[in-house]
Write a protein that binds this ligand. Structure first.
Ligand SMILES: [Zn+2]
Length: 276
């Protein structure tokens, strides 16, 4: 599934490649299954997009928001899979949930893996959507300072007990992070996934903060993770340190064998000697 760096990468590529293109035809899969969230019928989507022009795109958390001018925005969120630009006459992927053909014959397709939103709103109304409304600052926002992060932790410890993995991946406390990038963030911060948030000392908080912002920045710089694809169907350049390929191999820092546990709805990969 895409996480913040993949959405930032897609937004940049949308801006470079799609901005200014006029929509000839927009279509939605008439039978997408219940895990693809549409807010329009295929007929509405086609009539509302026809003749409109693609404007600017931006990413917030796990959401990509694209102006469809005049008056609308296309929202792709909480998804994974493929969001791909195709030149004119390129072969059509087998299974697609959304297709937008431009008047120069090029087209955009989106196919989500598992679940995801593909929605069209009157501009501004997307801000009222669940998960976008009241979204906290994300690690690429200027408001995501160490002071903000310390205050977030102070709030979190007032609630139910949380671990570092819970802080990183649950309840959109830090929007845009997911189970994949969280593994490397915890490794670089030298924190065990189960480490209680309430026990973090000042130095650990600072390390965790630096690891969150530094890792996100690095994955963005490399165009996303190697196991996800960009707008041109190319894999990202960021190879994770801690993922399924690392299990049983020596930790890059100390040589201890990397372990795997199932914890909080997903696998964790970590070094039991570096991460405490
Ligand atoms: Zn280690």
């Amino acid at each position: 599934m895409f996480e913040l760096p993949e959405f930032v990468t897609l937004a940049r590529q949308f801006n470079d490649t799609l901005t200014g293109k006029r929509i000839a035809k927009g279509s939605l899969d008439p039978s997408p299954g219940k895990f693809v969230w549409f807010n329009r019928t295929p007929r509405e989507f086609a009539s509302l997009t026809q003749g409109k022009v693609v404007g600017k795109s931006s990413a917030r958390g796990k959401w990509l928001i694209t102006d469809v001018i005049p008056g609308y925005v296309l929202v792709l969120g909480e998804c994974g899979g493929r969001v791909v630009f195709h030149p004119p006459k390129a072969p059509m992927p087998k299974k697609i949930h959304l297709k937008i053909t431009f008047d120069d014959g090029s087209f955009l397709t989106a196919t989500t893996q598992m679940w995801g939103a593909m929605e069209l709103y009157v501009k501004g109304q997307e801000q009222e959507r669940e998960y976008i409304r009241d979204m906290r600052p994300t690690p690429t926002d200027p408001e995501f300072t160490f002071e903000y992060f310390s205050n977030l932790i102070a709030d979190v410890v007032q609630g139910p007990k949380r671990s570092v993995k819970g802080l990183l991946t649950q309840d959109q406390l830090i929007p845009g992070l997911g189970n994949a990038i969280a593994q490397d963030i915890m490794f670089k911060a030298r924190l065990h996934p189960r480490h209680p948030v309430e026990d973090l000392d000042k130095a650990q908080k600072r390390r965790l903060y630096r690891s969150i912002t530094g890792t996100v920045k690095e994955v963005v710089r490399q165009g996303g993770r190697y196991d996800e694809r960009d707008l041109f169907d190319r894999p990202g350049g960021y190879v994770r340190l801690m993922d399924k390929n690392a299990v049983g191999r020596p930790c890059p820092d100390c040589g201890t064998k990397v372990q795997k546990i199932q914890y909080l709805g997903g696998a964790c990969y970590f070094c039991s000697s570096c991460q405490t």
